[in-house]
Design a protein around this ligand. Sequence first.
Ligand SMILES: Cc1ncc(COP(=O)(O)O)c(C=O)c1O
Length: 394
Amino acid sequence: MNNRQLFLSHLAQTTDFPLMIEIEKAEGVYMYGPEGKRYLDLISGIGVSNVGHRHPKVLTAIQEQLDKYLHLMVYGEYVQSPQTKLAKALTDTLPEHLDNVYLVNSGSEAVEGALKLAKRYTNRREIISCINAYHGSSHGSLSVGGNEIFKRAYRPLLPGIKNVVYGSFHQLLEITTDTAAVIIETIQGEAGIKVACSNYFQALRKRCNETGTLLILDEIQAGFGRTGKFWAFEHFDIVPDILVCAKGMGGGMPIGAFVANREVMGVFKNNPLLGHITTFGGHPVSAAASLATIEVIQKENLLDQVEGKAELFKKLLKHPKIKGVRNKGLMMAVEFESFDVLKPIIDLAIDKGVITDWFLFCDDAMRIAPPLIITEEQIHEACAVILTAIDEVK
Ligand SMILES: Cc1ncc(COP(=O)(O)O)c(C=O)c1O
């Protein structure tokens, strides 16, 4: 059997129509198929390769760690320098009170930890999240997700979850002294890049303060430079009580984290002790890769370039079939009339070597979230292919 047959026979499928793009190597913004076919990756698989595929500094950090040790012990017991250095570097990017990092393996796990932490700390049970939010696929993270179609088949899920409209001032009144936490994507990703205004975030922060509710910001897609600030919440002049991140954090390696104040995080130590545990969380190789990723974003001034690159995409992506572009930095949604118009364009662009996608809860918009290292020349190349695909599609 060839690789494609093995994929279909022995790997669990999540749709009846997987993309089935076969990749042998990836470098920077490009991925290469078996016959050397080159793809320009405009989705960073998804929202992960912010520093590009196989960034040399990330590879060096991984190599150096491989020469020292792999897994040693479950999370939170041994002092491992890749974890301690990463926690310091992460907290250095954050407001002072976010000084304590819990390392996990993925976004969903970071959300799980954050929800448990909020319940324990506040001794409340209710969680508020947003309609069309995506926070992950595990039971807890799915419970706070905001799309009924994805939840229905898996009920019963966590009780005590209320969904509100992202950006609705009026619905902030749903947050009461019974609410343990509000979990919200700073920029809604899978809803098709929805950006609430600064006043909304201020009002949300104020309501959480008034009710003693913890504000959990999910920056699993929006963090690590994607929007042009290291953290998307920096655009809105607010700070969360708990921050969750993953995806771009590992520079291509699996890792996630939830970050809070030391006092808040302290509740995991007692009643019961070991209140949240993980075997592989903060794997030393992933932690080393993550530290290198932070350094690349900072030293290569990637943040300063995001807005200009996003503007170039918006300038070039002009076509009668494009209804508009929603974005925050390089987290972009290009709107079309419908999925039926969009899907053949995505397929043809892939044939022509440019990979885009749509969104879980927004199928009439094209997802563009390239590696932040993409050059202006590559943006021209990508947009030319997309525009040709729009023109050529039947
Ligand atoms: C905003 C957001 N939260 C959580 C998750 C879940 O992360 P993971 O797939 O690493 O579990 C995702 C993944 O797409 C996401 O976009």
